[in-house]
Design a protein around this ligand. Structure first.
Ligand code: NAD
Length: 330
């Protein structure tokens, strides 16, 4: 039976990378019934929510967010309305993408809590020039992100979960986060569990990134360290991500709408294709997911069709055609 999937092409380079993903997914042989939602700023969130409530799954290109005023970030709104509490970002080295860490193969997955912490938007001006910004940490949110990380680790035969915190200073808030992580860790004795203070974790991510497997973080530390980790393996342009809840999941490219190169055929669709691999795994199409992952890796290994951002001279359509050729050859 065909999988119903909401496609949000987005704007800027979004439609170009979304078209690449549609073509490549068709070539995997997995049947998809696309529900397309075009970018209309006034109604985008309502239209996407209505569609995903039916399909349960979304694939999303980047959407421009106006700075200062205007409408709310679509990502933040979707997260709230669909209760997508886990931001999941795989961080995996790929042959052909050269980084400072070419000599080590990195393969970690970051689970970032997506709904609370300093992102609750509770800020007050107590008296002029004195502001408080409230950090909210709850047992409910901490427990469900910890459970998501351990469940994933267990299913994917991972070895270790590392919780990251600053409980030496924020004893109550981060202390509660850690207590919840420890309680869930006790249910998964076959997975090793350790804890690192966020400043030390940042240093170790740069000096010995190969030691990490699954990272489990509250919202703010997760936001910062997931971009740092993406930088270890080639940057945001090739990074995949997903926002997941108990009922819905939205898979997206991590990069923005890149207005500087939109419409020029230079956009690299790798991020959305890697997010499509995650989506196929979520849809229990493990065979197609593995084939697509391999086809992307082969395209990088060959190197002939790479786009300018990763050092090539290829176009979006040449890169897409190369991935499809490698899929068909697999
Ligand atoms: P950006 O990611 O759009 O661009 C940063 C740089 O990376 C640019 O030079 C761009 O050309 C390059 N780049 C990004 N993706 C690329 C790709 N796939 N292929 C080749 N080059 C790529 O970041 P920005 O300029 O800060 O943001 C532009 C707009 O996108 C803003 O309105 C921002 O709010 C929005 N944004 C949306 C999302 C999202 O929807 N998930 C995420 C980040 C930013």
């Amino acid at each position: 039976m065909a999988h119903a999937i909401t496609l949000i092409p987005g704007d800027g380079i979004g439609p170009e990378v979304a078209e690449a993903a549609e073509k490549v997914l068709a070539a995997t042989g997995v049947e998809v019934e696309w529900h397309r939602v075009e970018t209309k700023p006034e109604s985008l969130v309502a239209d996407v929510v209505a569609s995903i409530e039916k399909t349960k799954v979304g694939l999303k290109g980047p959407v421009t967010t106006p700075v200062g005023g205007g409408y709310q970030s679509v990502n933040v709104a979707l997260r709230k309305k669909l209760d997508l509490y886990a931001n999941v970002r795989p961080v995996k080295s790929m042959p052909g993408i050269h980084t400072r860490f070419d000599d080590v193969a990195l393969d970690m997955v970051i689970f970032r809590e997506n709904t609370e912490d300093l992102y609750s938007g509770l800020e007050h001006e107590v008296v002029p020039d004195v502001i408080t910004s409230i950090k909210v940490i709850t047992r409910t949110a901490s427990t469900r992100i910890a459970r998501a990380a351990f469940r994933y680790g267990s299913r994917q035969l991972r070895k270790r979960v590392t919780a990251i915190h600053k409980a030496n200073i924020m004893k109550l808030a981060d202390g509660l986060f850690l207590r919840c992580c420890r309680e869930i860790a006790a249910d998964y004795p076959h997975l090793a569990y350790n804890e690192l203070i966020v400043d030390n974790a940042s240093m170790q991510l740069v000096t010995r990134p190969e030691q990490f497997d699954i990272l489990l973080l509250p919202n703010l530390y997760g936001d910062i360290l997931s971009d740092l980790a993406a930088g270890l393996v080639g940057g945001l342009g090739v990074a995949a991500g997903a926002n997941m809840g108990d009922n819905y999941a939205v898979f997206e490219s991590v990069h923005g709408s890149a207005p500087d190169i939109a419409g020029q055929g230079k956009a690299n669709p790798t991020a959305l294709l890697r997010s499509s691999v995650m989506m196929l795994e979520y849809l229990k199409e493990a065979g197609a997911a593995a084939k697509l992952q391999r086809a992307i890796e082969l395209t990088y290994r060959d190197g002939g069709a790479l786009t300018p951002d990763v050092g090539g001279t290829g176009t979006t359509s040449q890169f897409t055609a190369a991935v499809i050729r490698n899929l068909n050859a697999a």
